[in-house]
Design a protein around this ligand. Structure first.
Ligand code: CDP
Length: 778
């Protein structure tokens, strides 16, 4: 714990020996490619497969009608909505799956795809969620019995009346309207699978890029039980995964089609999305329209906040949220500030866009919530004439007030927001920056300083509140120590690059004293690993990490009994020092963990179970609440509107740190994925439902070239309920970076009355605003 041990998995990855889905080749394997709709909303008149079937090597073309014959043409989404696997009569978004071509090679499958001719009758799509809510809007989900409009759900949290009252009586009320744009997860590896059904023993092995293999196996079993494929006959294997970020949680139609085709043909079916399909058709993230208001005193005390959200879910609600929380943990949006009144409401609607939305590197809608609160906090500070840092310091929850009850029902476990922001301010020399800014303003130069002080909420469970499709959100670890004192540990989570093979080994090493190098970590095979809900929403450390500790402690208790037996003393006479038990007052009388484990197989006390293994299913008592204080400094060119991020300081608090190097890597990656929506990424649709930037030629994913030098640091407030005081960290930076950047750019333009800019703030968007406000110099 606390050591920057080099990642055990990197030898494999850096030498090209990773084992990804597309590396797996099975005997007799066929390949699948998918015909996709060019229209956002259209009737299917006819699917002509004749020409495709003439191509040598094309084995079959599967349509919705074929799946319907086996009642497999619809499937449930993780939010209990329904989604087409393949359509039988209507397509609902551009790039939707229409038919699947099966062939002896990937290239032939692609040729077959091009040869399938589909006659469509295009209809006018509904692309604007506000228009979708209008009474005369066409009802899109006519397949749903009783659905008379495009409304999906309404959700609220907090106290509406009390909030309205505080707002009515407040000295100061500020409001911002904002859109958090639609994004897609652009992981390096796209999604894919190999469905391998063996008719002879009615057994399906499903290799797939899944962040949650156990849950997916259960869902497959629910869908396939009626054709005789039950859960003990299904094995899901998630091999190495090249980035998930939430996008590999949902079940995509391609997986289901591959299973159905393998079931029908008895051949293994491989399906790997191409880059464009991944960007255009997989579950989206964000797409929230938010009205946010803050009320307070003219002296700068925040008294209440009010949020109203319109969520565009595309044609079906395929979010990966816990079922009780359709907006996920959006209600963390009251922020890091000490006030007791808030009200939030959200409505979700259907449109003709791809379904979603996934919690892209954020624990279920926290990014959206944090953007809203951190933007409006700046607007409030400006309105009352206070420096945004000073206003935040004045309103923060104090460290002695934890655990702290939020007005929307969360119990924040621990934090020290003052120390975090102070460290960030000291690192950048905040007073000097403000002085420099004032001088630059005198000279007509544009410089902005943006702050974001966020609270995250990660580690779902507890199971009393959190489930996905009824599956409770605990997680698990199983440790098996071999006679020579070397171990294998298996988990219900699944790393996609986060370094679990290293950090889980470090946790067990800390608890048992077996060196981390001698602890093999395995995840992602439902036949061997204990059941768990998977890795997303920074939940691995808070749940499975804790399970590893608890399982190790069970083993330590057993080790103590064996040591007492070997040393012929009472257990009460023993003390533990990492890696050995020794007799109090006689440290030379000791047994190392290796000697103890060997005895567990060769000389265990009579009556004791032999062997040395333990399993724990950890159901956390609360979530963990990491936090961060980020400061961004920008310079803007007054002629071209080019934005240069001069400095970005990120101070994080994820409690006790297991591996500082890995945490820093998580923060670096998260910050780059945070600058993405702030300055570059957004999926844009025209009124006909065409994606205008559906390839990586037009959808700009920032790389090292666009990234500024990230300066990172941390403070530590251990989680009081986590067994080693750790909190999650995986997504903090993606949550905290966008508002820090937006606040900095708005700050630069604030002397001209600019209080909000929609992200992504591209130079062109900024150029137009600067022109309109007369800021541009030409
Ligand atoms: O669920 P996910 O692995 O994406 O997120 P996480 O639990 O926040 O962990 C991300 C990586 O950071 C893992 O390798 C963790 O073990 C590591 N980590 C750490 O070293 N110390 C912490 N306090 C939290 C996470």
């Amino acid at each position: 714990m606390g050591h920057s041990m080099k990642r055990k998995e990197d030898a494999r990855f850096l030498s090209g020996k990773g084992n990804y889905i597309d590396d797996i080749k099975l005997e007799g394997m066929l390949y699948m490619d998918i015909v996709r709709s060019p229209y956002a909303y259209a009737k299917i008149i006819k699917i002509n497969t004749e020409e495709a079937l003439k191509i040598p090597g094309v084995v079959a073309v599967i349509t919705g009608a074929d799946l319907k014959a086996h009642d497999l043409h619809w499937m449930p989404t993780l939010m209990s909505d329904t989604q087409m696997v393949l359509p039988t009569d209507t397509v609902m978004y551009q790039a939707q799956e229409v038919a699947a071509v099966i062939a002896t090679s990937r290239y032939i499958a692609r040729d077959g795809r091009e040869a399938v001719i589909v006659d469509y009758e295009p209809m006018k799509p509904v692309m604007d969620p506000y228009k979708a809510m209008e009474p005369d809007a066409p009802v899109l989900r006519t397949d749903k019995e009783g659905q008379t409009d495009n409304h999906i759900w309404h959700w609220e949290a907090g106290d509406r009346e009390k909030t309205d009252e505080v707002f009515a009586n407040a000295d100061v009320v500020v409001k911002e309207k904002m859109y958090i744009p639609r994004l897609h997860v652009v992981s390096i590896e796209t999604c894919g699978c190999i469905a391998d059904y063996r008719k002879v023993d009615n057994y399906l092995t499903m290799y797939m890029t899944s962040q949650a293999p156990h849950a997916i196996r259960t869902i497959i079993a629910m869908v396939t039980a009626h054709v005789g494929l039950t859960e003990e006959k299904i094995r899901v294997i998630s091999p190495d995964i090249g980035g998930g970020f939430g996008g590999k949680v949902p079940v995509y139609p391609g997986y289901v089609i591959a299973i159905a085709v393998s079931f029908l043909t008895g051949s293994p079916i491989k399906w790997i999305e191409d880059r464009t399909e991944n960007l255009q058709a997989d579950s989206f993230a964000r797409d929230y329209h938010i009205d946010v208001e803050m009320a307070g005193t003219s002296a700068g005390k925040i008294q209440a906040t009010r949020f109203k959200v319109l969520a565009d879910h595309g044609y079906t609600d395929a979010s990966a949220n816990p079922s009780k929380f359709p907006t996920g943990m959006f209600s963390i949006g009251t922020g890091s500030y000490d006030y007791d009144t808030a009200f939030m409401e959200a409505d979700a609607v259907y449109t003709n866009k791809p379904p979603g939305g996934v919690a892209y590197r954020c624990s279920f809608r926290v990014t959206e919530a944090v953007h809203a609160i951190e933007r409006v906090t700046d607007t409030f500070a400006r309105k009352v004439g206070m420096d945004p840092a000073e206003l935040r310091m004045m309103n923060f929850i104090k460290k002695e007030d934890f655990p702290w009850q939020s007005p929307t029902g969360w119990e924040y476990d621990s934090g020290d927001y003052h120390a975090g922001l102070q460290l960030a301010m000291d690192t950048v020399d905040y007073p000097a920056l403000r002085k420099e800014q004032a001088e630059k303003r005198e000279k007509g130069e544009l410089m902005g300083i943006g702050i974001c002080t966020f609270t995250e909420i990660v580690g779902a469970g507890p199971s009393k509140d959190f489930d996905i499709l009824g599956l409770k959100m605990f997680d698990s670890a199983e440790i098996r120590v071999h006679p020579t004192g070397k171990a294998i540990a298996r988990f219900g989570t699944k790393s996609q690059g986060q370094g679990h093979e290293t950090t889980y080994a470090q946790i067990i090493a800390q608890e048992l004293g077996i060196p981390a190098e001698h602890i093999q970590i395995e995840e992602g095979d439902t036949d061997t690993a204990p059941y768990g809900l998977g890795t997303y929403a920074s939940r691995s450390t808070p749940t499975a990490g804790a399970a590893a500790v608890m399982a190790a402690r069970k083993l330590k208790a057993k080790a103590k009994k064996i040591a007492a037996h070997l040393l012929e003393v009472s257990e009460d006479d023993l003390e533990w020092e990492i890696g050995k038990f020794f007799v109090k007052g006689a440290p030379e009388k000791a047994k190392t963990i290796q000697e103890i484990v060997f005895a567990a197989y060769t000389n265990h006390p009579q009556g004791m179970e032999a062997g040395f293994e333990a399993t724990h299913y950890y159901d956390p008592p609360n979530l963990t609440f990491p936090s961060g204080a980020y400061i961004c400094v920008v310079d803007i060119d007054r002629e071209t509107a080019e934005i240069k991020v001069r400095r970005f300081v990120a101070i994080d608090d994820c409690g006790n740190i297991i591996n500082p190097m890995i945490v820093q890597g998580q923060v670096h990656g998260g910050l780059t994925q945070g600058i993405a929506p702030a300055m570059y990424e957004e999926l844009i649709y025209d009124d006909e439902g065409n994606i205008l930037n559906g390839t990586l030629m037009d959808y700009l994913v920032p790389t090292a070239v666009e990234s500024p030098k990230w300066e990172t640091g941390h403070i530590v407030t251990p989680s009081p309920h986590h067994p080693i005081g750790a909190k999650g960290v995986g997504e903090s930076a993606t949550v905290g970076a966008p508002p820090a950047i937006a606040n900095a750019i708005v700050d630069a333009l604030s002397p001209w009355g600019v209080s909000h800019l929609e992200i992504p703030i591209t130079p062109y968007k900024l150029w137009k605003v600067m022109k309109e406000k007369g800021i541009l110099e030409s």
